[in-house]
Design a protein around this ligand. Structure first.
Ligand SMILES: *Cc1c(COP(=O)(O)O)cnc(C)c1O
Length: 360
């Protein structure tokens, strides 16, 4: 069993069962059977911090859409993949994914504070999921230690900030002791979905002289209220630089207004938007996926409309384990002979260089 942070009790306990969601008024009773079918297949959890934000009267509520199960999750399309980004093909030892030469993923546990309905690792994650036991953890650390080309360790899962503060401190200390590891990066949804968990003890557990970054997963500005702002402040005041990662989700954030509000809110909280992920081909997530054309049109509209600080890179994780590729709109088109047609933020086009080179 993973040594997860003591599960909160009483009012801070996540909702895990469809009948709890009905009793909390988040879904009408007539949907109970539908939700139970989904819950048999995929993990469910909604933290009180997120449940409180759901407007049950709004059938299109962007928070509910991310966390409340939906019968369509059981409709699996032929193009969908259990391991959509090819984690398994690059896993040399349990808990490690080594796809790029200079960085690895380390996945200490598969538990999350919430289970997002569009999760790309939905076939792997779950409460009590396949966590590393102490021997497996030691082997994963040994692998990193044995590979001097590993400059950065990206800790993901599951959600690594679900580990107890004691386990987090051991993890950071283990990586601290490996001289070639320069950067420790956590990817987490905890600052958003369980902000109270980011307390002084957790922040102290992350103390290191190495660069420790945290990438915070947020998809809608409404997820980032005052408790979340306070949690992010506790991290940034401890000298931890924050990045934002967002999944482009139909019906949640696939419009210019929603993305503008989200990216501005992130930057105002000292979180630099890093990636906007195109939806992965995870089973039963078709209702969330936009087309790449739609994603490019959104990125084009944001360029120039909002600060450069607010612009993430729009990326696709190529199925089969080929890594991430930037798939944003192109602003420069080769015209031949070293000349380019460059578009400005209003949609105008300009030749570069403006005057043809003299080729006498
Ligand atoms: C996403 C990912 C990384 C990190 O990629 P960056 O572009 O550095 O953020 C590293 N390894 C694997 C296997 C990944 O999927």
């Amino acid at each position: 069993m993973p040594d997860l942070a003591t599960l909160p009790t009483g009012s801070n306990r996540p909702l895990r069962h469809p009948d709890e969601l009905v009793r909390a008024g988040l879904v009408p009773p007539e949907r109970l059977a539908e939700l139970e079918r989904v819950a048999q297949r995929y993990a469910v959890a909604i933290t009180p911090a997120m449940a409180d934000l759901i407007d049950a009267a709004d059938p299109n509520d962007p928070i509910a859409r991310q966390f409340v199960p939906d019968g369509r999750e059981l409709d699996h399309g032929p193009e969908e993949l259990a391991d959509p980004i090819g984690d398994h093909s690059h896993s040399p030892v349990k808990g490690i994914v080594h796809r790029y030469p200079d960085r690895v993923l380390l996945k200490p546990s598969h538990a999350c504070p919430v289970y997002c309905r569009f999760c790309f690792r939905r076939e792997m994650v779950g409460p009590g999921g396949d966590a590393l036991d102490p021997a497996e953890f030691a082997r994963a650390i040994q692998y990193i230690s044995d590979h001097p080309e590993i400059w950065e360790v990206v800790i993901t899962g599951g959600d690594p900030l679900m580990l107890s503060s004691r386990r987090l401190q051991e993890l950071v200390a283990a990586l601290d002791a490996i001289p070639h590891v320069a950067v420790i990066r956590f990817h987490s949804r905890v600052p958003v979905v369980d902000p109270a968990r980011i307390d002084a003890k957790l922040v102290a557990a992350l103390a290191t002289d190495k660069a420790l970054w945290i990438a915070v997963h947020a998809n809608h500005a409404r997820e980032l209220g005052e408790p979340q702002a306070a949690a992010c402040r506790r991290l940034s005041h401890a000298g931890i630089p924050l990045l934002g990662q967002t999944v482009l989700l139909k019906g949640v954030n696939d419009d210019v207004g929603a993305l503008t509000d989200l990216f501005r809110r992130l930057v105002a909280l000292r979180i630099k938007p890093y990636y906007l992920h195109h939806g992965d081909l995870a089973p039963g997530t078709a209702q969330f996926r936009t087309s790449i054309d739609e994603g490019q049109a959104l990125m084009r509209a944001l360029r120039g409309a909002i600060s450069g600080l607010c612009q993430p890179t729009y990326v696709l994780d190529i199925p089969g384990g080929h890594g991430k590729a930037p798939i944003g709109p192109a602003f420069a088109m080769a015209e031949g002979q070293g000349r380019w047609l460059v578009s400005d933020f209003r949609g105008g086009s300009h030749l570069y260089p403006p005057v043809a080179p003299d080729n006498r």
